[in-house]
Ligand binder design. Structure first.
Ligand code: NAI
Length: 343
């Protein structure tokens, strides 16, 4: 199969090469997919994309006109792809549904730890040979209430880590998994009002956009810790900034940012004008920003590459990609866990 992979970062190449073993003819380019770069897909059967690529209806129409039949994203989230538009043009879509939930969960907990024990500030001070302990007081995780919103792959991985730390783990998910150890089901209201640490593990959909906004923030405990490693648009960042200013939020960890498209994954050090909302957030010492790197472990990168190539292999054989299918009609979805509506 002939394919073009967009938004390729240098460190991804060895993992893709190892997975591909020269089976498919893949052109690797660093440019993101968009109206100006769609032309690179001419003559290709498939495009391989990432989270900040523009896979909107307009771009999909152009891909279809160029003869592209398949879109595979090197991510679990598919919110950047207009799947309805792909269905209209008969283009199949695949993702990497669960490449390494531990990678994302571990990063979310790392952010929580770093915020609590002020690791970044302490390290900066130490590098300046200022070894005072002033201003570095944290709290014990043991005994704290951790509220996980979304209990799919990453939420469950986070649950087992927090459980191991001696936290009281509660969770909200309309499809609360059966037989989930460590997590006590909670209503959203109960979770928001009782959790000391709230961590988001839900996909971005039209229903979950701005899941965290003023009304939700108002229900949270004063000084709450909020961690988002899922998608930036799950939170209304302006409301969150106000909550930082008012000290409603005591600690904020964001691996994803509402306006990260065109910003994250690139070096913008020398931009004359920088994103003012992000700058305002970063002016607070109790805010930790990482550049959408929760997925970034060796194991996860290999798993992403392997599953991406596997989808191309299966499509080439005219077979369905099974759980990796992200087509609008969910044509081949075969859920492994029975999902139960939880009140
Ligand atoms: P998943 O599909 O396994 O689980 C998502 C869970 O959220 C499901 O159990 C679903 O029932 C639940 N859910 C959906 N809407 C909800 C709502 N309104 N309230 C409460 N629960 C709701 O997904 P997974 O693997 O856990 O990943 C979650 C998200 O994390 C992905 O969609 C992706 O956007 C993001 N992600 C971020 C990465 C990063 O590097 N920062 C890497 C991988 C994923």
């Amino acid at each position: 199969m002939k394919a073009v992979a967009y938004s390729i970062k240098p460190f991804e190449k060895e993992y893709l090469a190892k997975a591909n073993q020269k089976k498919h003819d893949i052109t690797l380019i660093s440019n993101p997919l968009g109206p100006d770069t769609v032309i690179y897909a001419e003559g290709k059967d498939a495009v391989i994309v990432f989270t900040n690529d523009d896979v909107s209806a307009t771009v999909i129409e152009k891909l279809a006109a160029l003869g592209v039949k398949f879109i595979v994203t090197r991510s679990a989230g598919t919110d950047h792809i207009d799947k309805d538009a792909a269905a209209i043009y008969g283009i199949k879509v695949a993702n990497v549904p669960s490449y390494s939930p531990q990678a994302i969960a571990e990063h979310s907990v790392a952010m929580a730890f770093a915020l609590n024990r002020q690791v970044v500030k302490a390290d900066q001070h130490s590098h300046e040979f200022d070894f005072r302990n002033d201003g570095l007081i944290g709290f014990n995780f043991s005994g704290k209430v951790v509220g996980l919103i979304g209990l799919g792959n990453t939420g469950q991985a986070a649950a087992s880590i927090y459980h191991g730390l001696g936290c009281q783990v509660i969770g909200y998910d309309p499809y609360f998994p059966k037989n989930l150890r460590y997590v006590k089901p909670a209503s959203l209201e109960n979770l928001l009002s009782t959790a000391d640490i709230i961590s988001l593990h839900i996909p971005l959909t039209p229903d979950t956009k701005h899941f965290v906004q003023k009304a939700t923030l108002d229900q949270m405990k004063n000084g709450v810790m909020l961690i988002n490693t899922s998608r930036g648009m799950l939170v209304n960042t302006v409301d969150v900034l106000k909550a930082i200013e008012s000290k409603k939020i005591g600690y904020l960890g964001l691996d994803v940012y509402e306006f990260e498209k065109g910003l994250f994954f690139e070096d913008h050090k020398n931009d004359p004008v920088k994103d003012s909302l992000l700058k305002s957030l970063m002016s607070y010492p109790n805010v930790l920003i990482t550049p959408h790197q929760a997925y970034l472990t060796k194991e996860a990168l290999q798993e992403i590459a392997d599953q991406t190539i596997k989808s191309l292999d299966l499509w080439q054989l005219n077979k369905c990609v099974g759980k990796a299918c992200a087509c609008a009609q969910e044509c081949k979805k075969n859920p492994t866990t029975e999902k139960v509506i939880h009140s």
